[in-house]
Design a protein around this ligand. Structure first.
Ligand SMILES: [Zn+2]
Ligand SMILES: [Zn+2]
Length: 367
């Protein structure tokens, strides 16, 4: 079986659509006809060579589609089912055994090597292996070879083309607020950065009943969108010389929760000291592999403040994605407001547009 996929080769940041061949589908794998795929920051970081990943490679890790066929050991889904593809995990390490797949001990190699655990790939390009398992899916492609663990069945009446981003960026932002940081009614929350993850966090904070939802974001259009999605206050950090003082003033004594999506160490530092007693700050982003923040020991101890590193919103995808899709279908979580659709042939443009902040969440439609 041959199909088109977007190939990233050495020494270029342009992807070319070429025909790949499905060499084999293992017993625990699922072949999915991709309907759409969102673009998430990790796609751009790998494209730009910020983290090593063997090429040629097919990126894309927010796929949604329809199951085409399944390996002999798969009973979870069947041909014709609508699915969202999420991150993958090993299923048998201490974190997986503890139902915390986002902290799978094999998360790095399984999701960012582009290969299966044993280093092989289901796909070949001109007879040579091509990385076809990025985040267990490589969905910038007409078909994706997923693993039974990272296919999430979704309700049949949901618009599939809008659901791919629920598999990573949306899950990360919403999960950080609802799962990792346990937002509850009446909490005051500040969210740093109004990209796809930050705005998903805004919608989740509204869903949780937070009484104050501040969005700090330099882009005026995104601040406006934040207000429409549930933010009660917005600030432009670039025109706020003393961020900590401003946060303390707006919250009248500190935030219960601060969620940083900027990855800027100075911003994390400023936020941490604007936490109320017992406040918690969640982080999901970094600019460099050696980025570091400063934590004052005295105030951390005496005020019981805490710092949470968060991967994939602490989500169990099989449970959390259907929950968010239900909220979306009921109009309580309007994630489509973040999206702009592109044709598959315009994939490079879509990545550039996200990289340059022109669009919050580009979604590639495969047909
Ligand atoms: Zn992602
Ligand atoms: Zn594991």
């Amino acid at each position: 079986m041959k199909f088109d996929a977007a190939i990233l080769r050495d020494d270029t940041d342009r992807m070319a659509i070429e025909a790949v061949e499905l060499a084999n589908l293992r017993d625990e794998e699922v072949l999915v006809r991709v309907v759409a795929c969102g673009i998430c920051h990790s796609d751009i970081a790998i494209r730009d060579g910020k983290y090593p990943c063997e090429r040629p490679l097919i990126l894309g890790h927010e796929g949604s589609g329809i199951v085409e066929r399944v390996g002999s050991a798969v009973t979870k889904v069947k041909a014709g089912d609508k699915v969202v593809l999420s991150f993958t995990f090993c299923g048998h390490c201490p974190s997986c055994d503890d139902n915390q797949p986002a902290y799978c001990h094999e998360f790095g190699p399984l999701n960012t090597s582009g290969r299966r655990a044993d280093g092989s790939s289901a796909l070949t390009l001109n007879g040579e292996p091509v990385g076809g398992h990025f985040f267990g899916q490589s969905s910038f492609s007409r078909y994706s070879v997923a693993n039974v663990r990272n296919v999430v069945k979704v309700r049949a009446d949901a618009p599939l083309e809008m659901l791919g981003p629920f598999g990573c960026g949306i899950q990360t932002g919403a999960g950080a607020v609802l799962n990792s940081l346990s937002a509850k009614p009446g909490d005051k929350i500040a969210i740093f950065g109004g990209g796809g993850v930050g705005l998903s966090a805004v919608m989740a904070a509204k869903l949780a009943g937070c009484s104050q939802i501040l969005l700090s974001e330099p882009n005026a259009e995104r601040r406006t969108l934040g207000l429409e999605l549930g933010a009660t206050d917005v600030i432009d950090p670039l025109s706020t010389p003393d961020l900590t003082a401003k946060l303390m003033e707006i919250s009248n004594g500190g935030f219960d929760i601060i969620f940083d999506t900027s990855g800027i160490p100075a911003v994390v530092n400023d936020g941490f000291v604007a936490l109320a007693p017992r406040g918690r700050l969640g982080i999901v982003a970094f600019k460099e592999l050696d980025s570091a923040a400063i934590i004052n020991l005295v105030s951390t101890i005496s005020l019981g403040r805490s710092l949470h590193g968060i991967c994939e919103g602490d989500a169990i995808p099989d449970e959390f994605i259907p929950f968010l899709v239900d909220r979306f279908m009921e109009g309580e979580f309007p994630a489509d407001r973040l999206m702009k659709f592109y044709d598959f042939k315009d994939l490079n443009q879509a990545l550039d547009d996200q990289d340059h902040g022109i669009v919050v969440k580009p979604v590639i439609r495969m047909s």
